[in-house]
Write a protein that binds this ligand. Sequence first.
Ligand code: NAP
Length: 209
Amino acid sequence: MSALVIPSTVRRIAVLGAGHVGPVIARLALDAGFDVAIAASGSPENLELGPDAVAVADLVVLAIPLHRFPDLDPGLLAGKLVVDAMNYWAPADGVVPMFQGQQLSSSEIVQRRLSQSMVIKSLNQIAYQDLEDGRRPEASPDRHAIGVAGDDPRAAKLVAEVIDRFGYEGILLGSLSAGRVLQPGGPVFGAVLTRAEFERAIHTTAVQA
Ligand SMILES: NC(=O)c1ccc[n+]([C@@H]2O[C@H](COP(=O)([O-])OP(=O)(O)OC[C@H]3O[C@@H](n4cnc5c(N)ncnc54)[C@H](OP(=O)(O)O)[C@@H]3O)[C@@H](O)[C@H]2O)c1
């Protein structure tokens, strides 16, 4: 069993998933100066890269279709800080019993399965095309927001700092459960918003609830 280690800083990032959004996340990370590895499930060399890259990574981004998640070996991610960029969307994923009809947010279910990892929900809410084009420098007034939800404040802050280096405002949401606002059907899912717009959208939903 690997002990859970929340790194003091993030230098190496591994992205699992090389479809639409994985490569964009990898590019954002590369451009921000991180060491980056990316793996798909398909090719032998990538499969080889996967476990090695994950073993040395300070942070692993899960960017695979959620219906593939139940087959992922939790041991691969044991001890790791994991960013869950996945969404459960039954029209695309089909019905995935692990996630269907649950009161928990999808990332809480991911965390329950990855019990030896620290899961933070982020990078799931913006479509890959917008994610690539939406980067802005720190002082930019129209900088876009990306939510960061996690139960461990130090881990969530670390991920928010990574998001900031990617060119986005990382907005801390306080808990993994609170990350449900980032999910499909939530008030900020699919939306490209400034910090003020993001916070207003979340507040309005909270008031209506
Ligand atoms: N598309 C977006 O704009 C967007 C934005 C934010 C978040 N997301 C979320 O990100 C996830 C991926 O979306 P996508 O649109 O990028 O999907 P996608 O285009 O279907 O790509 C999925 C990738 O995951 C790989 N994969 C599957 N199982 C794997 C495993 N066990 N280990 C390593 N790689 C694995 C696939 O590799 P093989 O082809 O070799 O199997 C493929 O490269 C979804 O949960 C989605 O909701 C998507």
